[in-house]
Design a protein around this ligand. Structure first.
Ligand SMILES: [Zn+2]
Length: 223
């Protein structure tokens, strides 16, 4: 897990009275450079604890299962370019969330487009790469602060609740990509749709227009 990601993680448990979520406190064990290999992430409000083991953030119940390896290359280059276009990866930097439907794209997206990828998988997987962080065992609630993700691509198993949680983490111009059979969360506006995916971005906050108050008439001398 990249250390820069830790600052943007929030407790996945509901804390509706705390705007923006509760930051997770990191007690680091083993760190190499900017990579967090062993640590505990804790919530100061609900006291939940999540272990970082072998660099993988484990949010599931009980001990983390033995992680499996994920392919690091994608054979389908046009599909990689299509994903980058959907996510609007026109410049390097920022965080992109991929779920396990897109797992084999994690390393190619990080390498080709210079973004930090966060792979959210049900089962822990090993992807030793300086710009790919793996979070596993999460439910529908994703542990991101608001306005962190420049893009997110989820697969067909994504629930409306998980899509809504990913949408909460998007930057104002961030993109969410999901299969057309998934219903988009109401907080998003659909930008484009084909026979496979839709791509959406957060709805702009409505701007209220009010008539300016009349300016006072200038006083003339002697009045
Ligand atoms: Zn909490």
């Amino acid at each position: 897990m990249h250390l820069d990601l830790v600052d943007h993680l929030r407790c996945p448990h509901p804390h509706p009275d705390i705007t923006g979520g509760v930051p997770l406190v990191c007690v680091a064990g083993k760190v190499e450079g900017r990579q967090l290999h062993e640590a505990t992430l804790g919530c100061a409000v609900c006291h939940a604890r999540h272990a970082v083991t072998r660099g993988i953030g484990w949010f599931g119940v009980g001990a983390m299962p033995t992680p499996t390896a994920v392919a690091r290359t994608v054979a389908d280059q046009p599909e990689l370019v299509r994903l980058a276009a959907l996510l609007n990866l026109d410049a390097p930097g920022g965080f992109v969330l991929l779920d396990e439907a897109w797992a084999t794209f994690a390393v190619p997206v990080a390498d080709t487009f210079g973004v930090a990828v966060v792979l959210v998988a049900d089962a822990p997987s090993v992807l030793a790469h300086p710009n790919v962080s793996v979070l596993a065992g999460l439910g529908d609630a994703l542990p991101f602060a608001p306005a962190v993700l420049r893009g997110a691509a989820l697969g067909a198993s994504a629930t409306l609740a998980r899509l809504a949680s990913a949408a909460m983490g998007l930057t104002p111009n961030g993109r969410l990509v999901a299969p057309v059979q998934c219903a988009p969360p109401p907080a998003l506006s659909i930008l484009a749709r084909d026979d496979r995916h839709w791509v959406a971005e957060p709805r702009a906050e409505p701007v209220s227009l009010r008539r300016a108050p009349p300016s006072p008439l200038p006083r003339t001398p002697g009045q």
